[in-house]
Write a protein that binds this ligand. Sequence first.
Ligand code: ATP
Length: 513
Amino acid sequence: MANQEDIFKKVISHAKEYGYIFQSSEIYDGLSAVYDYGQNGAELKKNIREYWWKAMVQLNDNIVGIDAAIFMHPTTWKASGHVDAFNDPLIDNKDSKKRYRADVLVEDHVAKIEAKIDKEVTKAAKRFGDSFDREQFLTTNQRVLDYQAKADGILKRLGRSLENEDLADVKALIEELGIVCPVSGSKNWTDVKQFNLMFGTKLGASAETATDLYLRPETAQGIFVNFLNVQKTGRLKIPFGIAQTGKAFRNEIVARQFIFRMREFEQMEMQYFIKPGTQKEWYDAWKEKRMKWHLSLGMGKKNYRFHDHEKLAHYADAAADIEFKFPFGFRELEGIHSRTDFDLGSHEEYSGKKLQYFDPELNESYVPYVLETSIGLDRMFLAVFSNSLQEEQLENNTSRVVLKLPAVLAPTKAAILPLLKRDGLPEVAQKLVDDLKWDFNVAYDEKDAVGRRYRRQDAVGTPFCVTIDHQTLEDDTVTIRHRDSMEQQRVLLSEVKGIIAKEVDIREWLKEL
Ligand code: ATP
């Protein structure tokens, strides 16, 4: 069994080799945590977006979709809390030039002290055997008490300094504790700076009149500020949802793991506006509905799990993640958040405009509560891609690399292959391409032996290969080969479209929803 790291490396190199994902500006050695989608990646990404959009907007009478701008009025981000709270404290080591989260450095130091306590406990447990009383030991052993007091004191001071924005004291703490850079081993630190994860930019031509803007760090606010526009023009009644897909930008301090954590990424979000007091039932309902959507793709129930948040963001009264088993373990793929009336209430306050809904049944107006589902499109892409990439041992002692993408998402649905480049076979194949391309993305390939062409299509994830041979000229039949089973069927040319259509029909995939 290859280890996780090897598997992940294979995913990254396969994505590049088959035109799915390239490093951004690669000819200039790339840009950290920014990626481009190639010819196949763009199709797969579009298909995932469409799969989400259809399930969310087209199949729900009371959910509509919008497309808000990336630039928003700067007060938006005051109201949402991002200007004040979307921060991490940063520190650089001058020798290694490595950048760290200052709070994480201190917390790692505390973890080492706590490890010493654990060691004392293990030692004592051995010494005292059955009569060992852990609680008593922890509360009476002087050495342990000293360690604990030290750890608590450090964390308390860190908490206080961060709360008071006293970054000089955070640095003083790092220095007093003698914390060294894990890379250079030196204590040569810069000052601590507060680092806001939003990217800033300027709107306007002249320096004096330019307005400071942010690239949106989430798409949700574009929905909140349009809440009344959409509700009124769509004459929507609560409960109703507004969905949106689009780019978001975060200047992540430590961005690794390929497209899992990017600085520019795409979100697919839906805000569901509900009556205050009903949030618990909608929270449960949307958790279930979203999990069903994931399971509809057939990527294995065991690869998903819920993770309920204990520590909640400032806007939430309940939150859970849907986690997926990526090559590096279970990680967040989608968040489901009960956002209360925090956002609309805050926008009311900052804009001075009422953002309320008149409930005809209650005959009163209120600020609706919001239930949000938020998924990263790129993260979903990574989930689908990494899960689909498989190496299979075949009977004749060979192996094949196959990308078992759900057929509904595959960039190319079928490859049309004339067995030979002559005898009129390419013409028949081309005619089939010309017919099918109105309905699906299809490829034409006449190069190399047909076995090699099958392998190429397996690796790129094409669910069907259709081979035109001499028999086709006689009786209008072709061979259709299925990617996953490698089974081949002889069917009439006229049946090909129907066979493909059935497998890639979104209705078949989403009917359980
Ligand atoms: P994380 O804890 O991984 O940073 P988050 O909790 O900050 O994520 P949210 O703000 O809830 O994420 O954003 C919703 C979704 O957007 C996430 O579930 C994830 O799929 C996606 N997402 C967030 N940050 C990134 C990023 N830097 N790159 C790619 N996708 C992201």
